[in-house]
Design a protein around this ligand. Structure first.
Ligand SMILES: [Zn+2]
Length: 233
């Protein structure tokens, strides 16, 4: 084990991501932001394209989506939580992109013909975007778009700016208040477009449901949902 002393590790991370985002060990040639050992520890869902998988079920009787899936299980303790924390609070944009690539490779393994026309990340609140410097869902979607060779689009689905009341509400109130916070900017999309909507963590599905409701105004589209992690609600 060659864990680096933490402040030094943070400094090295800033220069080049040469240590694993999960365990902190040095990465070897061929490893990107996570070491092979930690990749093997990721609790994969294997949900892809199974009708009635737990992610898909979340959206039943709520919004018309063709399929929905998640890459890994999110537990309160565990690697998925650590990785998402690294992405959000340690500037792990490279990690998010790499996980997006791994997720898309799994989707292609499950269905080699899988090919959405557009990949749309769930837009981040502008305040959080300023704090974080990047949208983690967009970074995940970037990795997915590279592997799937599909256009990443951040200009169709947008977060409406006027939702100040959100911050004053409690968690439960927010759940019912999420509808209407997303809107459409560019509506010029191909007819019958297959849109893949990407989020970081799926919990209740309320945010994605609100996104789908906004996107349905585009008319004739096919919708799919991919969450990097799925948490038990
Ligand atoms: Zn590791």
């Amino acid at each position: 084990m060659r864990n680096l002393f933490s402040p030094l590790k943070d400094f090295v991370d800033l220069l080049y991501p040469s240590v694993c985002h999960n365990c902190g060990n040095w990465l070897v040639v061929g490893e990107k932001s996570i070491c092979l050992h930690c990749i093997n520890e990721i609790p994969l869902t294997g949900f892809h394209f199974q009708q009635g998988n737990p992610t898909a079920k979340l959206f039943w009787a709520r919004v018309p989506v063709s399929y929905a899936t998640s890459y890994m299980f999110f537990h309160e303790t565990g690697i998925a939580r650590k990785l998402l924390h690294q992405i959000k609070y340690k500037g792990g944009q490279d990690l998010a992109i790499d996980l997006g690539e791994m997720f898309a490779q799994e989707l292609l393994q499950a269905d080699p013909t899988f090919k959405p026309d557009l990949i749309l990340p769930v837009p981040l609140h502008p305040r959080k975007l300023r704090q974080r410097g990047f949208n983690q869902s967009e970074a995940i979607a970037t990795g997915m778009s590279k592997v799937l060779q599909t256009e990443l689009n951040t200009d169709i689905l947008v977060r409406q700016s006027n939702n100040k009341s959100q911050t004053k509400k409690g968690r439960f109130d927010r759940w019912s208040n999420v509808d209407g916070i997303f809107g459409l900017k560019n509506t010029n999309i191909p007819k019958s477009a297959h849109i893949l909507l990407v989020d970081d963590v799926i919990t209740t599905g309320a945010t994605l449901e609100a996104c789908v409701n906004a996107l349905l105004k585009l008319g004739d589209i096919k919708m799919g949902i991919a969450g990097l992690a799925m948490a038990k609600s």
